[in-house]
Design a binder for this molecule. Sequence first.
Ligand code: ADP
Ligand code: MG
Length: 251
Amino acid sequence: MDTAVDLRPCLIDVKGCRQAYHKDASADLVVLEDVNLTLREGEIVALLGRSGSGKSTLLRIVSGLLKPTAGNVTWRGRPVTGPTDGVAMVFQSFALFPWLTVQENVELGLEARGVPRTERERRAEAAIDMIGLGGFENAYPKELSGGMRQRVGLARALVVHPDLLLMDEPFSALDVLTAETLRTDLIDLWVDGRLPVKSVLMVTHNIEEAVLMCDRILVFSSNPGRVAHELRVPFPHPRNRLDKAFRQVVD
Ligand code: ADP
Ligand code: MG
């Protein structure tokens, strides 16, 4: 298996990346050193590592929001020079706008991409439905539970049909059962081919979650952060064998 050539198109390619943050006059904080990462279409990849090891920094680099101190990043073979259109992000703390409704929060990404209003409405409604929030279009974030807020965060990312979905500890602000339900819903969408993305890169602290959801697990070392190990989850993948009865237990 491992010797077979992988012909799936490469989305993101990070080569020899270094990131140093300015600390004080005498020293810089080197957060990432010689990070290499390739993501192909169709992959779900986990990034597992200690707090402060540079995982969020790497996601910012992958999304084009941060230019690394050194190294090369390409998207579909072209150098990344700014925010990449084909990438959308889900944040640990949801990052919703409290003064906007669910519908308005979800439409934001489309607005930024210049999608006309009627199409924005239609696509936002479809994304809200898909993620299980139908009927809550006019609610404000403060009226929703944590799990529902993160569903809004997911809908806002998914509505643009990104080639690459980045998720930065998407479930860690949620209680265990809410997290498990959302995880299972996402896995179902992916397995059914209904998740409108080509690939996923997710940061997590949860080893079980990484094994259940992902094809590859990149284990990050700290000080400085780099990909120290890579594990492949064997086929048949456990996400295809998930016991759907679980949902009946928690619902
Ligand atoms: P992780 O997501 O793995 O917890 P981060 O990428 O958030 O790690 O941060 C890695 C290190 O870089 C931490 O020590 C953090 O304090 C520092 N850091 C992150 N962003 C900045 C920044 N904008 N300026 C200075 N230091 C930063
Ligand atoms: Mg982080």
